[in-house]
Write a protein that binds this ligand. Structure first.
Ligand code: TXA
Ligand code: MG
Length: 336
């Protein structure tokens, strides 16, 4: 299979391109498309044979359920057998947006999509191209991040093709994703709702709307995994990644002294360090505030991987909740 790439304007995607993408999906194909978080790999959610292709293309274990994307709240309710007050409140506050709500699934959602479980994760994305595609298609789209399983999620069209070229039918390329980290996943079947995966919407934002603190951490040590994407090792670049206890300068120097090619991700440092210059050092400086950092961190990991670094040192991140999602992803990326 060769992968076709259609470049579209992110805000006003051309209807002819959307029609082509919708036709590929309707006939059971795979289309990568932009969302405000990361690129998704879409297939018809309610058609088991189509959704199965996602698992094959990604090399994704059948135990990891998919997020189903819909154009609006009404379409979400149709996929739930029990639409709770928590789901209604959170959906009204944050949709369209980077929040996935786990609810009891309706019978029409295939077991394959939910990994055999009784619940399904639903989301209305805010990206104009994603919304326009869902409206043109008129059917729900299952879409995990558009990368091979366990690799770094894509925030640019090139990142998608880096691991999925030849494995998917089409890429709708609308340039960089503005958010940069995957959606917040919340279990809305229980009260108080439980945070399953931190994301661009913070626990404080959720709690403010709910009027109660969201629960955190695993529900119980028994039974199936609450959210398989929370597996310890995930979101990994090829290079061995470590989060430094400080700005990372010492670790970088040690790796350089040992002869390694080193990537160094700093946070709001001014460039022009002269003491550490080495042709084996690749420093990328990211914004010092959380939203700007989130938007660029995956692109930085992709860039440093492409440069062939062996060691990746990330300067310590602040410990407050604004940084929860970035700390979560980088900690998983650093897992052995
Ligand atoms: O921002 C996003 O969420 C992106 C874009 C494309 O929408 N999608 C994404 O999908 O990150 P994926 O497959 O990479 O991550 C889905 C996460 C996983 O952690 C999965 O375990 C969890 O959602 N999930 C899906 N269905 C679930 C369910 N029924 N119960 C608990 N967790 C679920
Ligand atoms: Mg993913």
């Amino acid at each position: 299979m060769s992968t076709r790439r259609l470049v579209v304007d992110p805000v006003r995607p051309d209807p002819a391109s959307l029609r082509i993408a919708a036709d590929v999906l309707s006939s059971g194909g795979l289309v990568a498309f932009p969302t405000e978080t990361v690129y998704g790999l879409g297939a018809l959610a309610l058609d088991e044979a189509s959704a199965a292709k996602i698992f094959a293309a990604k090399g994704r274990p059948a135990t990891n359920p998919l997020i189903v994307h819909v154009p609006d709240l009404a379409a979400a309710r149709e996929l739930a057998s029990d639409w709770t007050q928590a789901a209604e409140t959170l959906a009204r506050a944050f949709w369209p947006g980077p929040l996935s709500l786990v609810v009891a699934k309706a019978a029409c959602v295939p077991d394959l999509v939910t990994a055999g479980g009784p619940t399904t994760a639903l989301r209305v994305p805010a990206h104009p191209t994603a919304l326009a595609l869902l409206q043109t298609l008129g059917r729900p789209l299952a879409a995990p991040s558009a990368n091979r399983s366990n690799a770094v999620s894509p925030t640019r069209g090139d990142h998608v093709l880096a691991t999925l070229d030849g494995r998917i039918d089409l890429l709708l390329d609308a340039g960089p994703c503005s958010g940069g980290l995957e959606s917040t996943v919340v279990d809305a079947t229980e009260w108080p709702p439980r945070l399953l995966r931190p994301g661009l919407i913070s626990p404080a934002q959720l709690s403010a709307v709910l009027g109660v603190e969201v629960a955190r951490g695993p529900k119980s040590l028994h039974g199936p995994l609450a959210s398989p994407g929370m597996l310890e090792k995930h979101y990994s670049p090829r290079a061995k990644l470590e989060i430094a206890p400080d700005d990372g300068r010492l670790r970088v120097a040690q790796h350089l002294a040992a002869g390694a090619k080193v990537g160094w991700i700093t946070r709001g440092e001014t460039s022009g360090r002269t003491d550490d210059v080495s042709p084996r050092l690749y420093q990328l400086d990211l914004p010092a505030e959380a939203a700007g950092y989130a938007a660029e961190i995956y692109a930085a990991l992709h860039t440093l991987d492409a440069a062939g670094v062996e060691r990746l040192v990330v300067a310590a991140l602040p410990s407050d909740d604004d940084w929860l999602a970035a700390r979560d992803r980088l900690t998983r990326a650093s897992a052995e």
